[in-house]
Write a protein that binds this ligand. Structure first.
Ligand code: FES
Length: 342
């Protein structure tokens, strides 16, 4: 048994014991400490922390979750690391992101499912009544939940596109991955009334309410979902600060949720939307390129630097971070959520 000490970004010390045979994420949960995570299998990077002292063995993981540079600088994935000595770690999140009760699990039925552009679906679930939670869908705009198939054969994390509500509605935009177990279910077998298990809410990709800066959202494909959630929340709160949305897809026929974006522009008159298509067919008259390129243009000569929220595949996150840093946006004002194929 080894001792693990984890210091959060705001200086809180969290300690727990770890057996050599368990991952650090499981070890923490055995002590009722629920650290930020998502896929739990080395694919998403949500559980990445820094290591100051001590040795770990890393189980197999994806290079998009932990790059060689990050690993060489000492970073580890809590869901893939087993202790081989006492450990001193530091976390990129605040203590507020740490849970001390199990993540809620609830049942929800499919109430709507329909195509959303080519290659994605819009899925709406309705929570069943629950003794502990009633019917309400309680979460913070920008968070995700993990969905499990009725037979338990596959589970996958998806960001919510709507806002917290009392009637228990959860809305998602989900990219269909070729041969993905969850995607095959959604494409071929999902039916209205099917029951899914929902584990969540989870995640720290939420608006920083302590900041007065403008909010600029950079979204690749279905990475639009958490941006819609946060923008809809701003509309509900009557938040008048400047905001922009850079929404990008590869081809014109992949565009989706344009009606939702139009409604948002009415509710948030200050919202400026740039819709970007990387490889458009001839008739496209909007921005040609990636949302990170559109961001680069928009940041040129801007008077007040915005907070940047980026969600999408790892290359979009990397391109957005370098565009924002080049324009002098501080690293701490760039918030990201990686979407990884599954
Ligand atoms: S939770 Fe560890 S990499 Fe996804």
């Amino acid at each position: 048994m080894f001792k693990v000490s984890l210091i959060t970004r705001d200086g809180a010390a969290i300690t727990f014991d770890a057996e050599p045979s368990e991952t650090l994420l499981d070890a923490a949960e055995r002590s009722s400490i629920y650290l930020p995570s998502s896929c739990r299998e080395g694919g998403c990077g949500a559980c990445r922390v820094g290591r100051d002292h001590g040795d770990v063995e890393l189980l197999p993981y994806s290079g998009s979750a932990l790059s060689d540079v990050e690993r060489d600088s000492g970073d580890i994935l809590l869901c893939r690391a087993q202790a081989r000595s006492d450990l001193a770690l530091h976390a990129p999140f605040d203590q507020a992101a740490v849970g001390y009760a199990p993540i809620p699990e609830r049942r929800a039925v499919i109430s709507e499912i329909a195509p959303a552009g080519s290659g994605a679906v819009r899925l709406v679930l309705q929570y069943e009544d629950n003794a502990a939670f009633g019917r309400a869908a309680q979460f913070t705009a920008g968070q995700f939940v993990e969905l499990s198939l009725p037979d338990g054969a596959a589970k996958r994390s998806y960001s919510l596109a709507n806002t917290p509500n009392w009637d228990g509605t959860l809305e998602f935009y989900i990219r269909l991955q070729p041969n993905g177990a969850f995607s095959s279910y959604l494409k071929d077998r999902a039916a209205l009334g099917d029951t899914l298990l929902v584990r969540g809410p989870q995640g720290q990709f939420t608006a920083d309410e302590a900041s007065a800066a403008e909010r600029w959202f950079v979204a690749g494909g279905t990475g639009l979902a958490p941006a819609l959630s946060m923008l809809r929340q701003m509309a509900e709160f009557g938040d008048g600060r400047g905001c922009r949305l850079f929404f990008g897809v590869n081809r014109v026929d992949e565009l989706f949720a344009l009606d939702v974006i139009e409604d948002l522009k009415k509710a948030l008159p200050q919202l400026i939307v740039t819709t970007c298509v990387w490889k458009p067919e001839a008739q496209w008259e909007g921005f040609v390129g990636t949302p990170a390129q559109a961001l680069t243009h928009a940041l040129t000569g801007v008077a007040e630097l915005p907070d940047i929220y980026v969600c999408g595949p790892p290359p979009l996150i990397a391109a957005t971070e370098s565009a924002a840093l080049a324009a002098n946006v501080a690293h701490t004002r760039i918030f990201s959520e990686r979407f990884t194929p599954a």
